[in-house]
Design a protein around this ligand. Sequence first.
Ligand SMILES: [Mn+2]
Length: 358
Amino acid sequence: MNQERLNVVLREMEKQNIPQIVVSDPASIFYLTGKWIHPGERMLALYLNVNGDKRLFINELFPVHEDLGVEKVIFNDTQDAVEILSRYVEAGKPLGVDKNWPARFLLRLMELKSNCKFVIGSNIIDRVRMRKDPREIELMRQSSRINDLAVGKLIELIPQKYTEKKMGQILLEIYEELGAEGCSFDPIIAYGANAADPHHTPGNFTVREGDCVIIDIGCVKDSYCSDITRTVFYKKVSDEAAKIYNIVLEANKRAIDTVKPGVRFCDIDAAARNYIEKAGYGKYFTHRTGHSIGIEVHELGDVSAANTDRVEPGMIFSIEPGIYIPGIVGVRIEDLVVVTEDGCEVLTGYDKNLTVIE
Ligand SMILES: [Mn+2]
């Protein structure tokens, strides 16, 4: 167990008056133990109590041989895993459970521990995970560095006129060569009008003269995720598309300039959104400005109008405004930033000036 992180989690549990939690998210278990366990549909749970009690419940099919600094309770497929877990849960006390814990486990535990008050417990660890420590920040830098190289290689390949789908497949090889573990999400490669769909699935489309090309990709390196979006144009760019590009670019820069400790997430969103609205494209900026990122590509902490939380040093999130004109063009420019003591450091290094590929 990472004692430092565990202590912060236990303090946060006391602060939120949740004396015991069942952690089931493999990413949070990795965060605390340093070990990835992917149990599929089997139960995996790390029980934590502010009184110091802690146990890892794990199916014997996923043996952990090393000492993780936490007592293991092993069960097999013929046993009632939730019943075993329930024996260790303190009766009559609030119990926090993960936001994604399957109902088949949760409902059974609620039945067995009907005198416990069940609450969402994952906010505790998710909040702690928002503030990255120096080691994590360095891993995020490395992941972004690889991603910068990868996006550059893909942009160089645009004149080869591969389909969007093929570009996604080539990206996997690029990541492999660069030493990444894989993609942090399904890559988005979109040509022309396809780029107007922010979550376009790459298909059998090829690039045509005058198309915008959105490349939104991320890798996982040493368990930390990167995420970048660049939009370039093939052969030529219309005046309208160039205008839209520069509006998005300015919105991206204005949002980044806003980032410093104490500023609210919604203020960062507003910096980008107000600029795009004033330019007359407000209704075409259809999504939040960004999301937190770390061990998972989307973590707690939206950069959105609805999030009034204040940013703190160590937090890492994306700034990715976009303008999408259905049937015509889409532009999105995404960087990752880490909040520093007096501003932010941009983790993404790839050039973002208007580029026309020959
Ligand atoms: Mn993103």
